[in-house]
Design a protein around this ligand. Structure first.
Ligand SMILES: NC(=O)c1ccc[n+]([C@@H]2O[C@H](COP(=O)([O-])OP(=O)(O)OC[C@H]3O[C@@H](n4cnc5c(N)ncnc54)[C@H](OP(=O)(O)O)[C@@H]3O)[C@@H](O)[C@H]2O)c1
Length: 250
């Protein structure tokens, strides 16, 4: 079988990333699945024992530095002739010392830069790294995990300064990329995707007030996203969509 229907998942050890890798591996129409992660090895859920009938999983470890992203882009290029799905699902909201800010006094320049680096700049470095694979004729659907809180018009509650700003900046960067791709890779479609509140380490500290029917499993979200990508048309625009395939106002 020719290796011409390959999927790339960046942030493949995350909650949503792992579920995406599992679902892609369970779909025999994919000839290979490339998982990119800071972890050296795939999570147990993606092991050959769990996915014995699956397309091949190629796992590439990358520390996320700009140089490592570029080098990994070369490795991806050499591993597969083309990509039909690219999903960037890395991102941060909190770490051991920092959480989303509730007031101006909590702003911390280093943390703000770290969030912007991880959520806005790093995804674009990944797009740069795979740009050569986005050709005029090859259809490729690309989803980048954004968030509804990146919507400027939707911001009624305030707070979460760094995370909101990082996703709003991501949306603008993706919008700009969509304009470029419309010219150089018109068969590509770019989607900024809001998964809804999903039960992963990223949202875990903030789940207590989320009704249980509004807290999604990573598998539900992965299924929705893959379906949305499958049905998307390459129309030269950036779609900003939620898990229900509903557009979000910018
Ligand atoms: N969960 C939600 O409720 C929710 C809601 C809205 C939007 N989102 C967005 O969905 C995406 C996936 O989140 P998730 O819920 O799956 O979270 P998660 O389980 O915490 O996974 C996020 C992954 O991002 C990568 N990552 C972590 N720190 C990073 C850093 N400093 N730089 C670059 N990558 C880093 C890691 O992947 P590796 O370990 O593989 O390197 C990590 O596992 C994020 O962009 C998030 O903002 C999530």
């Amino acid at each position: 079988m020719s290796d011409n229907n390959s999927a790339l998942v960046i942030g493949a050890s995350g909650g949503i990333g792992t579920a995406l890798v599992q679902r892609l591996l369970a779909d025999p129409s994919y000839t290979s699945v490339i998982g990119i992660s800071r972890s050296a090895t795939p999570p147990a859920e993606c092991s050959p024992a769990e996915c014995s009938t699956a397309p091949r999983l190629r796992w590439l470890a990358c520390d996320g530095s700009p140089a490592a992203i570029s080098a990994t882009g070369v490795a991806i290029s050499e591993a597969v002739p083309q990509l039909s799905r690219i999903i960037i699902c890395s991102g941060i909201l909190h770490d051991a010392e920092h959480g989303p800010e509730k007031m101006l006094e909590q702003l911390d320049a280093d943390w703000m830069q770290a969030v912007l680096q991880a959520n806005s700049i790093t995804p674009m470095l990944w797009l740069r790294a795979v740009a050569a694979k986005l050709t005029r004729k090859q259809p490729c659907r690309i989803a980048v995990l954004s968030a509804r809180v990146g919507s400027i018009s939707d911001n009624q509650l305030g707070g979460w300064y760094s995370y909101r700003a990082s996703k709003a900046a991501l949306n603008m960067l993706l919008k700009t990329a969509a304009v470029e791709l419309a010219r150089r890779a018109p068969a590509s479609k770019l989607i900024a995707f809001h998964p809804g509140t999903t039960d992963t380490p990223l949202s875990r500290p903030f789940q207590s007030r989320v009704p249980s029917d509004k807290l999604f499993t990573p598998h539900f979200v992965a299924e929705r996203l893959l379906k949305i990508m499958h049905e998307a048309n390459a129309d030269g625009t950036l779609a900003y969509l939620d898990w229900d395939n509903k557009p979000i106002d910018w």
